[in-house]
Each structure stands twice: as structure tokens, then as C-alpha cells.
Design a protein around this ligand. Structure first.
Ligand SMILES: *Cc1c(COP(=O)(O)O)cnc(C)c1O
Length: 475
């Protein structure tokens, strides 16, 4: 340690003294003493760390500590989860909470969640009921399945299926389908967690029906198909049609499970979107169980849906693990309100936000981009904004590797780096998460909605003005 560093450490004020600082005394009128003390302690610790790393080239007097503690106190008071504007253009963005809920789902939660609801109570008989019965009937109606079940997410659905039907036995999967989704979901690991033995067949690019057939033995429990959610195998490829896998499995008395990932409830080709396997088609091909997420293409709350044969679903529901994956009333309220829109597909395209965003025409995006661009330019006359066409992706493992045309407003900051502007946008009152491309900030209209404009413009204005404080809380 240099003598300078020793001197700086000696100068660091004590928390007890800082409590008498005029500014800090003011905080104590509105914040609990324990929060104020914690913010001061963190500020002192952070400065001590910087001094020890030799990164502190400013004074360490009381005012400096108080300024830093003020940021920390504000941060401590803010809820960890808050609304942000998704300007990335990725519609199903897992980092930003996947599907925004439709209005009716939000209203259903607002109406019922603050009080009691008939979650497991039959209003006709006055007796206890099953929380999944009604939503199960609706899912059966929408997909043509015999039975249905809702759990916490699709990973839980897969785990439950494997643990119930394939514990200590083999599950046959093509090598081309051993998917890893972001955030630690890897199919082989779920197999291990479910106590099932993975039996890989075929090669990465080509798997034949005869590969499945050769792997079937008295240890086999399931033939499984998995949607290649975030990649595509292209070129010299083949895999047998689902009908043939089903025919083979059934000939051996085995069930077929199809993990569809996104799970479109109707044929997206109707919307001029790239084809995505649809739940009803998989069931019509004879699949015994299909599982998919509720918060990807379906556009609902986080959830996992299993549909298929009732006898298999009864076994899964009787598994003690099912209780560990049980969904709460908020999920069911939101999911039911979302599914109601699917009774009329054309209506769903307008009212389920994920579908509305994915299908908005580029003309409409361009119109909106011009409006947003003009408003930004008026608010920030010294900056330069342009409208450009661009490409984006659905995200969330839906329509993998398919480019979607989009329109963005680009901002090339006049004096600051794009990284510092992007960081300032993320720290605005309503944070904005933008895309950076070619030294420009891009606001993608595919995910920025008219109700976001005002907050986005306010964020841009604060980002354009923000000085780098030099005293951030991050090193
Ligand atoms: C997304 C996905 C999962 C995981 O679903 P969650 O609902 O996020 O748990 C599993 N399998 C496939 C093929 C997926 O695309």
C-alpha cells in the first residue's frame, strides 16, 4: 500500500459521524435509520475497496461518501422488479419477462388477486374442487386433446413426464434434438434429474426411423421428440415424420412425447409467419403427450402445459412431484383470460400482445417509426435520429433463426459513446433496453408500443443530458 492510499483510508469518515451530516439528517425524516446506516456502510465499503485497488483519485471526504450513499439509498428503496421498455425488437425476450399479458389477463389478476377466489371451490356444490379442471377442459377444446394439465413451466412439465413415465428406464431421442435453452435448461440434464436414461440415436444431422427401431428394447419407456427451439439443422438432413415415429412406438406398446417448446395453438402460416409445429397437429399425428410453454408463442403467463392421453395424465397428476410444480391463482387467472382469446383465432391475433407484435405489418411499423422519430427529434434538436429498416427475431425459442423484417429509429449520439447512452437509458426513470448496431442505438418498433413513446422520449432526454458521474456504484 502506498502512503497516499494509507492517507486516503485514514480520511474515510466513520458511519457514526456521517449520521450527523446535514444531508443525512434530512434522509432520516423519510427513511428508516437502519436503511440509512446500511447505505452509508455500503458507500464507505465501496470507497475503501477502490482505495485498496488504487482506483480512487478523488477526495474521500464526508460529502463524497454522502453523494454515493444517496444513490445506494435510492437503489435500496426501489423494487428489484420494475417495468422496462423493450426496444430490442425481440418479442419473446426471456430476460425481459417473455410475453406481455393481454389486457383481460391483467384485469383478471387485478379483479381477483387482492381478495379470495374460487380456486379450489365449486360454487354449485359448495365443495372442494380441482383447480385445473375448468382450464383443462378449455385446453382440451382448443387442442383436441383428451386431457390437459398446467404446471409451473415447460421444464417442470418435461421433468414430471420423465419422472413419472421413464424413471430408471430409457428415453430415445435423436442426437439432432438434444437442445440447450439459455439459462441452464439442457435436455440431457433434465433426463438425469428425472431419473431417466437418455438413449441417443442417429447423428446430429440425420436420424432415420431405423435408428429409433434399433434402439428399442425392454428398457425403453418413451420415444421423445424435442423442438429445436434456438437452432436449425440445415443442409444434408433428415428425420422421420412424426406419424412414422408414432406408428413404430405404438407397435411396441410405447408412448411418444413431443416437447414442442413454444407450442403454437394454431397454424402460424395463417399469419404469414414461418411455420411452427402446432399442438393440435402433433396430437393428430398420434402423439401421446405434448408439452409446451405458456409464456412463449401462446402469449400468457409463465407456465407449462401438458396435453394428451388421459390415462398418462392421471399418472402424472398422481406423482407427488406434481404438487411441487403446482401453479398459483395468478397464473391460472392470466392463462384462462389469454386462452379465452383463442376461441376466435382472428381475435387472438389482435388482442394477444405477442401475436399482435409478431404480425404487425412493416408499413405500420414504418408509420409508427416516423412518428416516434419526429417526436424524439423535436425533444432533442441537437441529436440525430433516423428511420431504418432492419431485422429482428421472435425469441423465446419460437421460429428459430428466422429473420423477421422490422423498422427501427436509430440514434447516433452527438457527443457520447453508444455504450454510455445505452447505460443511461437503462437507468432512466422507466428503463429502456435498446439494441446497439453499427455504432447506433436502435429503438425497434416491433416491441415499442405507442403507450411507451412518452416514457421512451423522457429516457432519451435524460440519457442525452446525463454526465458520466464518475462515482457510480459499479466498478
Ligand atoms: C423453452 C423450452 C423449454 C423450457 O420451457 P420453460 O417454459 O422456459 O421452462 C423446454 N423445451 C423446449 C424445446 C423449449 O423451447
Amino acid at each position: 500500500m502506498t502512503p497516499d492510499q494509507k492517507g486516503q483510508l485514514r480520511e474515510l469518515p466513520a458511519v457514526g459521524d456521517l449520521l450527523h451530516h446535514d444531508t443525512v439528517r434530512g434522509w432520516l425524516d423519510s427513511a428508516p435509520r437502519s436503511s440509512v446506516v446500511r447505505a452509508l456502510q455500503r458507500a464507505v465499503e465501496s470507497l475503501r475497496g477502490r482505495i485498496l485497488k488504487g482506483q480512487c483519485n478523488h477526495p474521500v471526504d464526508a460529502d463524497t461518501v454522502v453523494l454515493l450513499a444517496e444513490d445506494l439509498l435510492t437503489e435500496q428503496r426501489e423494487p428489484a422488479l420494475q417495468r422496462v421498455i423493450n426496444a430490442t425488437g425481440i418479442v419473446i425476450h426471456t430476460g425481459l419477462g417473455r410475453a406481455p399479458l393481454c389486457e383481460e389477463a391483467v384485469e383478471a389478476i387485478a379483479r381477483a388477486a387482492g381478495g379470495y377466489c374460487n380456486l379450489e371451490f365449486d360454487l354449485d356444490t359448495g365443495r372442494r374442487s380441482d383447480r385445473l379442471e375448468r382450464i383443462g377442459q378449455r385446453l382440451c377444446r382448443l387442442t383436441g386433446a383428451e386431457g390437459a394439465m398446467v404446471v409451473n413451466n415447460n421444464a417442470a412439465a418435461t421433468l414430471l413426464i420423465l419422472q413419472t413415465l421413464a424413471k430408471d428406464r430409457e428415453v430415445i431421442v435423436s442426437r439432432g434434438e438434444l437442445v440447450e435453452i439459455g439459462g441452464s435448461y439442457r435436455l440431457p440434464d433434465i433426463m438425469v434429474a428425472g431419473g431417466a436414461v437418455l438413449r441417443e440415436v442417429g447423428t446430429t444431422n440425420r436420424t432415420h426411423l431405423s435408428d429409433y427401431e434399433a434402439a428399442i428394447s425392454d428398457r425403453t419407456a418413451i420415444l421423445m421428440r424435442v423442438h429445436a427451439s434456438n437452432y436449425r439443422v440445415v443442409g444434408f438432413t433428415c428425420r422421420p415424420p412424426l406419424e412414422q415415429i408414432v406408428e413404430l412406438a405404438h407397435r411396441h406398446g410405447l408412448p411418444v412425447v413431443d416437447d414442442l417448446g413454444s407450442g403454437a395453438l394454431f397454424d402460424l402460416a395463417r399469419l404469414n409467419l414461418p411455420p411452427e409445429p402446432c399442438v393440435a397437429d402433433s396430437l393428430a399425428a398420434g402423439t401421446d403427450l405434448v408439452c409446451f410453454s405458456a409464456d412463449k408463442l401462446l402469449g400468457g403467463p409463465q407456465g407449462g402445459i401438458i396435453v394428451g392421453r388421459r390415462n398418462l395424465l392421471d399418472r402424472i397428476a398422481a406423482n407427488p412431484l406434481a404438487r411441487c410444480c403446482r401453479v398459483d391463482k395468478l397464473t391460472l387467472l392470466a392463462l384462462e383470460a389469454t386462452l379465452q382469446h383463442y376461441e376466435d383465432v382472428d381475435g387472438a391475433v389482435r388482442t394477444v400482445p405477442v401475436l399482435a407484435m409478431l404480425t404487425e405489418a412493416t408499413d405500420s411499423l414504418a408509420d409508427r417509426a416516423r412518428t416516434l422519430c419526429d417526436r424524439l427529434q423535436t425533444a432533442l434538436p441537437d441529436e440525430h435520429f433516423y428511420v431504418c429498416s432492419d431485422i429482428t427475431y421472435a425469441g423465446g425459442g419460437a421460429l428459430p433463426a428466422r429473420e423477421l423484417p422490422t423498422v427501427v429509429v436509430q440514434w447516433r449520439p452527438a457527443t457520447r459513446t453508444v455504450e454510455s447512452v445505452a447505460a443511461a437509458l437503462r437507468h432512466a426513470t422507466v428503463p429502456v433496453v435498446a439494441r446497439i448496431r453499427e455504432d447506433a442505438i436502435c429503438f425497434d418498433l416491433r416491441t415499442v408500443r405507442p403507450e411507451d413513446y412518452q416514457d421512451l422520449i423522457a429516457a432519451a432526454a435524460s440519457a442525452a443530458m446525463a454526465e458520466s458521474r464518475g462515482l457510480g456504484t459499479e466498478d
